[in-house]
Structure formats: structure tokens, C-alpha cells
Ligand binder design. Structure first.
Ligand SMILES: [Zn+2]
Length: 453
């Protein structure tokens, strides 16, 4: 497998458009190193660029190596006055191009199994998923997957992951135990036990040193600690991703701490309860029958999320799937209709929604769970198909902090997008009709996909 070009090359190699897109940041050395990449014009598709505007029919992209040089129309790029003469033109044969999709909630290495993780990532990539946000696991394994994907050594989405922080009492949970195997859970850079005495400057620096992109605030932390972790992580340039209920810190307190994303819509129900448990491991459930998504409690919560810019990682399909199976341990933890109505209201109120799954489809399924989440968001969460696409592209990229690079297709961005056979705006399920995926300049044809177990 060849190495992919640098993620955001500023080298403009072509004779065409060089002045238009090159900036003062361009490095002559890089320009020389990549000058061999041919200039290509891709045409014959409708473009959905990830910004939510009208699709561009009969669109065309000028690309070179891993860079989009121009977003335009076939007419302009093939026969307009500025059409390049030295380009290779490729007709994609109809269909729809969307930015590469991002699953904003995966677990690739809770108890690491490299073969299984690679199989899952391979399935994701060929289904249009070009980025994932891992929400806590073994940082050693995750860093290795992230590196190998970045270098093009495995066929996989780009991997971004979190370093977990929680109160010491949470760390006896079997998941952190397996994610720290060989070491002590709570005492490793990717999974730290936090107390009021913890030196947070050092703790965050250690998390950052594990190659993590964000801190995941999991459980058993008081509001003041959640606030302090968030402030220090932001100061050191890390994203902060929290469970929506941190026990004892409640959803509104989590939001007003300034975290970037909260996960799991069903746990927002605790905001409506006068009494809530103080620790994660407990047997209590919110009294769903007494809760109403339209109540003033959730008005205040969603107002705060809008004010703070907090994104909601609903993981709605996980709850829906669990509700279909009484043997699923999650089946009685959430009331699916309530969860759906909360997502619908959050979206209506203007809270940014990101598409995260937190589960895998069976290994025999040729598609990963992200498609299921997007269908849930459209069919039950009130999102338009366009909003759902944004939730897995532009908005998800913002959650990770890669919005300046990924999530939108425009000049200067990496060649990372998906070619679909059918219109996803007509039916969000058409995101499954993948013909080919480009990730960082490399093309993967769906026809060459071979299931791995
Ligand atoms: Zn999770």
C-alpha cells in the first residue's frame, strides 16, 4: 500500500490554479516532493458539500494528490476558458458525492483485539466512514491504530481518541481494567483517576502525551472538578467530551462547565429528577413516565447547550436497538420514545447533533452502525436528511476539532469524500449505496470490498 500524501498539503503542483490556492505557507520542498501527482478532474455527479446548502448538479472537482484544488461544474472545468489542458478527466458515471462520514462514538480497544479492530475499521472505510472518534479504550492500542491509519498501513478511517478521566471509585469497572491491562487502571496517561488533589496541569499534559485528541469525562466527579478539567484541557488545546450525566454532576452542570460534547441522550433524563444517584454504578432509573421532553427543565438545558455551543452525541440507535431486544442489558435503562422525543426537541431548539453509535452491527452485516444512527436521527429525531449528513460530517468534525480540515468539501481541503449511487437527500438509507470512497487522496472501490471476520 502506498503512503498517502501529507494531510493538508499546501503545495500546489499544477500549472493551473496555482496562484489562486497557494498561500504564503506553501513550502517549496513539499511542492517539489509532490509535483509528480497528476492533476485530475472528476466529473459526472451531484455534489453535497457538507455545508447544508443546495446540492450542485453536474459538479466537478479538480484534485491533485490529496488536495481539492477547485470545486466547480463540469462545464467550467472541462470546457470553460480556464479549463486546464494537462488534466486527466474521469467521469464518475453519475451519483452523489458527500464528504467522508465520521462516526463520533466508537470503541475500538476496550479490550484490544487488533484483528477485530482492523476488520471493523475496514468495514467502516468501505461504507464511507473516513473518521472515527473513539470514546475510551486502551490508549496504547488506539495510538497504534491511529498511526497506522494515518500512514496508510491499514485500510481504515482516521482514528481520533479520548483519554478518560473519572473518579477513583469508577476505575474498578471491568472496562477500564481491561483497557489498562498490565498497568493500573486510573494510573496511566490514557485513563486517569482524578481527585480534588490531582494536579490537573500534569494530568491533562499526560493525557495529551498519550496522543489523545480529547478528554473523556466519564463518571464520579463533582461539578467543580468537571469545570477545572474542562478549563485546563481547553487551555492545553484539547477537546472535552463528557457523559451527559457524570454522577453526581448533572447534565446542566456538565453543560455549563463548558465541555464540547455530551454523550447519551437518555441520561439527560436525570436532569428532570429531584434525586439522582451520586455514583455511576447504581440500580436506579429515571422515572421516565413522569418526564416530558417539552418541559421547562429541558428548555433550560437546551438553552444552555445553545449558549455554550455544546453538541449532543445522542447515540439514539444504540438505545433503539437495545429496546428491540429484552436480553440486551440496556433494554430497560432507557425509554426509547422519550429519548427520540428529546433528540427531536434538542434539534428543533438548535442544539448541534453529532452522529455517534457506541455499538457495532453484527460482523456478518456488510455495513457499520453509523448508517443505522443516521436513519434513527431522520426517522425519529426530526432531522432532515441534509441535517443528518451534516451531523456525520461538518458538525462531527467540529466535535473532534478537525473542522478546518475535514467535514466540508471545498478548495484546499483533503481528497476525502464518498461517491454514492443514489441520492441520500431522498432517502438517508442511500448513504449505503457506496460506489467508492476517497480518503486522504487514496481511492477505495466498494466493488473490491471483501468481508473480514
Ligand atoms: Zn461509549
Amino acid at each position: 500500500m502506498r503512503l498517502v500524501p501529507a494531510m493538508m498539503p499546501c503545495s500546489m503542483r499544477s500549472t493551473f490554479l496555482t496562484v489562486a490556492v497557494c498561500t504564503g505557507l506553501c513550502a517549496p520542498v513539499a511542492a517539489q516532493a509532490q509535483s509528480s501527482a497528476p492533476l485530475e478532474i472528476l466529473y459526472g455527479f451531484t455534489l453535497i458539500d457538507g455545508r447544508g446548502g443546495l446540492p450542485i448538479p453536474d459538479a466537478a472537482l479538480a484534485i491533485q494528490g490529496n488536495e481539492i484544488l477547485t470545486v466547480s461544474t463540469r462545464r467550467e472545468l472541462l470546457s470553460g476558458p480556464d479549463a486546464p489542458r494537462d488534466a486527466v478527466a474521469t467521469n464518475l458515471g453519475g451519483g452523489f458525492v458527500v464528504p467522508g462520514l465520521i462516526d463520533a462514538h466508537v470503541h475500538l480497544a476496550t479490550a484490544p483485539n487488533r484483528q477485530r479492530a482492523e476488520a471493523e475499521l475496514y468495514r467502516m472505510l468501505y461504507a464511507g466512514v473516513t473518521g472515527v472518534r473513539d470514546m475510551a479504550g486502551d490508549g496504547r492500542a488506539l495510538a497504534s491504530l491511529a498511526r497506522d491509519s494515518r500512514l496508510g498501513l491499514i485500510d481504515a478511517p482516521d482514528v481520533y481518541f479520548s483519554a478518560l478521566m473519572a473518579g477513583p471509585s469508577f476505575l474498578s469497572d471491568p472496562r477500564p481494567q481491561s483497557s489498562a491491562a498490565g498497568e493500573t487502571a486510573g494510573d496511566v496517561p490514557w485513563m486517569q483517576a482524578i481527585t480534588p488533589e490531582t494536579d490537573l496541569v500534569t494530568a491533562v499534559a499526560q493525557a495529551k502525551g498519550s496522543y489523545a485528541t480529547g478528554i473523556k469525562i466519564y463518571a464520579n466527579l463533582e461539578p467543580a472538578i468537571v469545570r477545572n478539567i474542562t478549563a485546563e484541557a481547553h487551555r492545553q488545546g484539547m477537546r472535552v467530551w463528557a457523559h451527559s450525566m457524570v454522577f453526581p454532576t448533572r447534565p446542566l452542570e456538565v453543560v455549563t462547565s463548558g465541555v464540547d460534547v455530551i454523550s447519551h441522550v437518555c441520561r439527560l433524563a436525570w436532569e428532570g429528577m429531584a434525586d439522582a444517584p451520586t455514583e455511576y454504578h447504581h440500580d436506579e432509573l429515571p422515572l421516565y413516565d413522569h418526564l416530558d421532553a417539552e418541559s421547562a427543565i429541558f428548555t433550560e438545558l437546551f438553552d444552555a447547550m445553545k449558549r455554550e455551543g455544546t453538541m449532543l452525541d445522542a447515540t439514539l440507535a444504540m438505545y433503539a436497538r437495545a429496546g428491540e431486544n429484552p436480553d440486551n442489558p440496556l433494554s430497560d435503562r432507557c425509554q426509547v420514545d422519550f429519548a427520540r422525543s428529546l433528540v427531536e426537541r434538542a434539534h428543533r431548539e438548535g442544539v448541534p447533533i453529532i452522529a455517534g453509535t457506541d455499538f457495532s452491527t453484527p460482523r456478518t452485516d456488510p455495513y457499520p452502525s453509523l448508517h443505522r444512527e443516521l436513519e434513527e436521527l431522520v426517522n425519529f429525531g426530526g432531522l432532515s436528511a441534509m441535517s443528518a449528513i451534516e451531523s456525520a460530517t461538518r458538525v462531527a468534525a467540529e466535535a473532534i476539532g478537525i473542522e478546518d480540515t475535514y467535514g466540508v468539501l471545498e478548495r484546499g481541503r483533503p481528497v476525502t469524500f464518498v461517491l454514492l449511487d443514489r441520492d441520500p437527500l431522498q432517502d438517508i438509507g442511500n448513504l449505503r449505496s457506496v460506489k467508492a470512497v476517497w480518503k486522504n487522496g487514496e481511492r477505495f472501490d466498494r466493488s473490491s470490498y471483501r468481508p473480514r471476520r
